[in-house]
Ligand binder design. Structure first.
Ligand SMILES: *Cc1c(COP(=O)(O)O)cnc(C)c1O
Length: 425
């Protein structure tokens, strides 16, 4: 299915809604992906590589747009690997990560031609080495590091939080021989991923400073050449709320200075410095469109029931997990015919989805304009951790449409389906 707008392409703006769209629908605008990418690149020291973490949004068109801009793909499951390959990302541009990998996952990745992995333990290195040997190939890996509590500038601390992610920096420093690899899988560098969704420039800079300090210490301890230092990410973005991406105007200079000290040679890619982002690159490209199914008064509270809920957005919040979700539900600028009185000021409403569970509640009391059944509403900034972080199978509603636009022009519109098949097929 494809449709064209019956009006000139408007300037990129997430509130642009394709005309007459079935709901619920996620709309991802590629022009907004490109502008977010351009913005993020401006905050990063040069030269550096940037990985797009498919976890945030593995839609192939989004992945393809970012790959066309030079992003490599960070995948951590067979499904994300398929998404990257479907998007046209060549295997050489894929980094396969994740704290637990089945042998068949590695087999699939190696068969596809992936040669760069991240590993989280000494066992993971052996597993990868054996898998590469079975394939008769040589691969490299980034060793993910769990730095332990705050090692900023002062060597490695003994204490830290237990985690599935990474090998303890302390253990790497004490037993470097366990971590440099075997005959078929050799260490290529370090993978540090210390933070997520930090909007404050100082705090984000501090997190990278810690990563740089750990990398410097471990580089010396490991005593083998490291070609890549992946400093991870942590770039913030609004989630299901109105708002803009944060700016980090001083970050590149601060980091460049610290890298000159800690990893001289980085300016000539010795080592190559890499960063990762999911949400910064994609959060603002997306909006979730929904229609009002019912409005009623319940014990003095206005209750609004939508045609989408935690099955399509915020499943993690629905399970009382992070992040808590209090989405802004707004009337899109292009919705010309609201049936309720649009002049009425927003008032509090309980905002529910259609699922038969009280968990399907986005907000118990949230400002919402006057709405009536049939009205079109939008949740802004849902391009990251939207559909793919939700409970799509729960209660068996169809997956929402996913519509890809470019500056408002519809390029593609489809939906995922789930099919039961015999186990051996
Ligand atoms: C989740 C994840 C990311 C992306 O995080 P964002 O907050 O979306 O930028 C990057 N790298 C790793 C290793 C991750 O697990």
């Amino acid at each position: 299915m494809s449709e064209t707008l019956h009006r000139p392409a408007p300037a990129p703006h997430a509130e642009t809604v394709p005309h007459g769209l079935a709901t619920p629908a996620y709309v991802y605008d590629l022009a907004l992906v490109r502008s977010a990418h351009q913005r993020l690149r401006a905050w990063l020291p040069e030269p550096s590589e940037l990985y797009y973490s498919l976890k945030a949004n593995p839609h192939p068109d989004v992945v393809a747009a970012l790959h066309a801009l030079g992003c490599r793909a960070e995948v951590s499951s067979p499904g994300e690997l398929d998404a990257a390959l479907t998007a046209g990302v060549p295997a050489r541009d894929i980094l396969y990560t994740g704290p637990g990998k089945r042998d068949e996952d590695l087999h699939k990745a190696l068969t596809a031609g992936v040669r760069d992995f991240a590993v989280d333990s000494a066992f993971g290195i052996g597993q990868l080495d054996r898998a590469a040997a079975r394939h008769g190939v040589h691969v490299t890996y980034l060793l993910r590091v769990n730095p332990g509590g705050g090692s900023r500038g002062a060597g490695l601390r003994m204490t830290g939080d237990p985690s599935a992610f990474g090998a303890d920096a302390q253990d790497i420093a004490a037993h470097p021989g366990r971590y440099t690899g075997g005959e078929h899988a050799r260490i290529d560098g370090l993978h540090l991923y210390l933070a997520t969704n930090i909007t404050d420039e100082q705090a984000l800079g501090d997190s990278f400073s810690e990563a740089v300090a750990v990398a410097r210490t471990l580089r010396e301890a490991l005593g083998v050449p490291l070609r890549t230092i992946d400093l991870g990410g942590g770039f913030g973005a609004p989630y299901a709320r109105a708002g803009d991406l944060p700016d980090y105007p001083g970050l590149a200079d601060r980091l460049a200075g610290e890298l000159d000290e800690a990893l001289p040679g980085w300016r000539h890619n010795a080592p190559t410095v890499a960063f990762e982002s999911g949400r910064y690159l994609t959060a603002t490209c997306g909006q979730l469109l929904t229609r009002v199914l019912d409005v009623k008064d319940s014990h003095g509270q206005r209750v609004v029931v939508l045609d989408t809920g935690i099955n399509h957005l915020g499943g993690m919040a629905g399970l009382r997990r992070v992040p808590p979700l209090h989405p802004d539900v707004v009337r899109p600028a292009t919705d010309s015919a609201p049936t309720a009185d649009a002049a009425e000021p927003p008032g509090p409403a309980m905002i529910c989805g259609p699922l038969c569970t009280p968990l399907d509640t986005w907000a118990r009391s949230h400002p919402l304009p006057a709405v009536a059944p049939g009205d079109l509403l939008a949740v802004p900034n849902t391009g990251a951790y939207g559909l793919h972080a939700s409970l799509v199978l729960f209660l068996g509603h169809p997956a929402p449409l996913e519509v890809v636009t470019d500056s408002g022009r519809v390029l593609r519109s489809d939906r995922m389906t789930f099919v039961r098949r015999p186990a051996d097929s």
